[in-house]
Design a protein around this ligand. Sequence first.
Ligand SMILES: NC(=O)C1=CN([C@@H]2O[C@H](COP(=O)(O)OP(=O)(O)OC[C@H]3O[C@@H](n4cnc5c(N)ncnc54)[C@H](O)[C@@H]3O)[C@@H](O)[C@H]2O)C=CC1
Ligand SMILES: O=C(O)C(=O)[C@H](O)COP(=O)(O)O
Length: 380
Amino acid sequence: MKIVADENMPYVEELFAEFGQIEFVNGRTLTAEQVKDADVLLVRSVTKVNQALIDQATKLIFVGSATIGTDHIDVDYLQQRGIEFSNAPGCNATAVGEFAFIALLELAKRLGTQLKGKIVGIVGAGNTGTAAAKCFEAYGLQVLLCDPIKQAEGDSRLFVALDELIAKADVVSLHVPITKVGPHKTWYLFDGARLNTLKPNTWLINCCRGEVIDNHALIKMKQARNDIKVILDVWEGEPNPIADLVPLVEFATPHIAGYSLEGKARGTFMLYQTLCRILQQQATKSLVDLLPPFEFQQSLNTASLDESHLLKMCRLVFDLRDDDALFRQSFHTSAGFDLLRKQHTHRREFSALAVNSCIDNAFSASSDCIKMLWSLGYSQ
Ligand SMILES: NC(=O)C1=CN([C@@H]2O[C@H](COP(=O)(O)OP(=O)(O)OC[C@H]3O[C@@H](n4cnc5c(N)ncnc54)[C@H](O)[C@@H]3O)[C@@H](O)[C@H]2O)C=CC1
Ligand SMILES: O=C(O)C(=O)[C@H](O)COP(=O)(O)O
């Protein structure tokens, strides 16, 4: 069996070698010629899998994408051809949720203010939106959810309309898939008109897909209203963000919100499980065995954890300032954007770090901060 896999997908060797020969390829420049004799194709978000790419791949039985998003895959075409397809729903949701939380703590710090007390509006209450909400709620923030699709499906959570969310929220965090048609299409959901409805001093963060915001309109808005603060992990036209936008954005990263080691491992592992099912083979590998132990364990000996302490705790697993600085140095070329992603030092999720208290009294104030850290996702 021949497996063609993106060279930037970790753990492929460990999980797929037992099935046959693996050929690692550059996912961005992959050609029909390279996949024509593949039985299995493993891709990331940068590879467009469509008729043009796999027309000649007559042996192909499975296409797996180690991503949450599926906008790069022509799922209908795969279905017509009878080729099994699977993405990895939820694989990096925790990473995205923690990214949004940490990024907003960093922003508050940079602006000399606090995240505490803010109302956070989450647009798209699926896996990543829910993971973000979990962090904000663990920190005691009020969260508003907007998801008309889930609402119509009868999801029991409380939802608000987008206009109401924008009118009430101090922070707007975007977590929708990119869709171009239908009543809830998200392409340019935040166009110029909607951006102009953001209330004064809103913080806007996008870690879903760049085109959910009209980036040219965002430039205009930022030039007119610097009270609006923006964090972008995803960009219209990746891997070539609009150069004029970058200096206007408070934190800028190269589409790495989902890049925790755990998220990456889960993504590849889910594809491994699917291939085992297709081949009617027992899955013998384990996800936990893939992950290296984390270097630190943290004891807190403080009776209360203020926001700057919390940010220090977060930086132990992920220091977003490094990604922001590197991005500003080398986003100018598509090679630069992709290289930043390729060389990203995989961060860990909160769960990699075990925290406990040095203060023995279980009823001391410290027990509340420890509980908050555990609710955020840190291990006990
Ligand atoms: N920056 C990064 O590294 C990553 C980005 N992503 C992106 O984030 C997207 C969302 O991921 P998940 O939350 O896991 O997907 P999901 O499918 O679990 O949730 C998306 C939610 O958005 C809702 N939705 C769709 N249209 C909407 C609209 N117009 N208004 C409000 N809600 C709407 C859906 O009903 C659904 O509940 C992915 O499709 C992917 O494009 C995902 C992972 C990592
Ligand atoms: O899961 C998704 O959807 C994403 O956007 C990924 O985190 C992007 O990662 P790559 O597939 O481009 O490595």
